[in-house]
Design a binder for this molecule. Structure first.
Ligand code: SF4
Length: 372
């Protein structure tokens, strides 16, 4: 229920107030894109859009890992489960629709689909149950990939394999920079913790001010301040607004592990299409751990059935693609809050706590601010 009594709301802390005052005083117009589901969660949770002046717009890009996982990869995971494999993945991923159904639907049909909290849980299951063919459906950005690399370097058992749907963030941001009306970028702090700030310098070279930001409300407000300063000074560089976690060179140990196990490839992003150099696939030395190749002969018949089912399905129109590219807002989708809710998601952006539709439904449908 909407609470109109501002005396029950916490007042904004002093640091946030000062950061906001500076933003509110600046007359500079700025359309800022962030590319991180956790940033969207902070912005929605604290109602930051409702306190920003009209000249500052913050839009969301493709920063939610389950939202950008393409239907075709979900379909392969389902086809593997239908062919007898034990498919394990994160809870959110189980609810994301493929072209015909979700992994959770496949589980309800009797296939062996299980939720895990990490790839290590999946490896432990494979060790404990050698009679199962355990496939870990590994999705996500540079933040989750090092854990996948570490698990593979530890020589997991023969009955374990990885279905990799892993993405690299900078190539997607670069594509959006040329395709979307945007003036500046807030880069994802946790991705930069791994890859550092250098991979975002291409954007600055193209004239876009960039700031790497953390995940508190004050981090976002500080980030907007730094982007305003760059714009007002007529410069474009990468500012590190999250130095407590991010070093310019990133995390060299994590990068080395990733590079040892994975190589860059083209990758499909849901709603965007194929983006060159934006994927991370297993290197040839690890091919026997690649579920998409190891079991291809087994799952291809199930995959064909899923595709046939998808053609007959009457799909609800989902505008996630436009939302993930900053071209639409969740409230512009006719299904938002009606045929699509977190309990019953019709599209990937409503599934996860990192999805823009989820966060708008959960926190900011009424446009209110958490602060009085
Ligand atoms: S509200 Fe649902 S159907 Fe509409 S764009 Fe969001 S996820 Fe897709």
């Amino acid at each position: 229920m909407k609470n109109e009594d501002s005396s029950l709301k916490p007042s904004m802390p002093e640091i946030e107030k000062k950061l906001l005052e500076r933003i509110q005083k600046s007359g500079t117009s700025l359309r800022i894109m962030h590319v991180c589901g956790t940033h969207e969660r902070t912005i929605a949770k604290y109602g930051l859009r409702s306190v920003l002046p009209e000249n500052i717009e913050v839009i969301s890009g493709p920063g939610c890992p389950v939202c950008v996982t393409p239907e075709k990869d979900v379909d392969i995971a389902i086809a593997l489960a239908k062919s007898g494999a034990t498919v394990v993945t994160f809870g959110d991923m189980m609810r994301v629709p493929g072209s015909a159904e979700s992994l959770l639907d496949a589980k309800a049909e009797g296939t062996d689909v299980r939720m895990v909290y990490s790839i290590d849980d999946a490896v432990a299951l494979a060790n404990k149950k050698p009679e199962l063919e355990v496939v870990f459906f590994g999705i996500g950005f540079e933040t989750t990939v090092p854990a996948n690399a570490a698990a593979l370097l530890r020589n997991p058992p023969e009955n374990f394999s990885l279905l990799a749907s892993q993405k690299q963030t900078p190539p997607a941001i670069e594509l959006l920079a040329s395709d979307t009306v945007v003036d500046a970028f807030i880069a994802p702090g946790h991705v930069a913790t791994i890859i550092g700030t250098k991979p975002f310098e291409h954007l600055a070279e193209k004239g876009f001010p960039v700031v790497v930001s953390g995940f508190e409300a004050r981090d976002i407000l500080l980030g907007i301040n730094l982007l305003l300063t760059q714009t007002e000074q007529g410069v474009a560089r990468v500012d590190n607004g999250y130095p407590r976690a991010v070093k310019p060179e990133g995390n060299p140990i994590a990068l080395k592990m990733m590079n040892e196990v994975f190589e860059t490839s083209e990758s499909e992003w849901r709603g965007i299409g194929n983006i060159e150099n934006s994927g991370l696939v297993l290197r040839q030395e690890y091919e026997e751990k690649d579920a998409s190749k190891k079991y291809e002969d087994f799952y291809s018949a199930s995959l064909a059935e899923i595709k046939a089912k998808a053609e007959k399905k009457d799909k609800k129109r989902c505008i996630c693609a436009a939302i993930l590219t900053g071209k639409a807002k969740p409230s512009q989708c006719p299904n938002f809050g009606k045929d699509c809710t977190p309990k019953n998601p019709a599209g990937p952006c409503m599934v996860s706590q990192e999805g823009m539709c989820y966060n708008w439904f959960r926190y900011s449908r009424e446009g209110g601010s958490r602060f009085a």
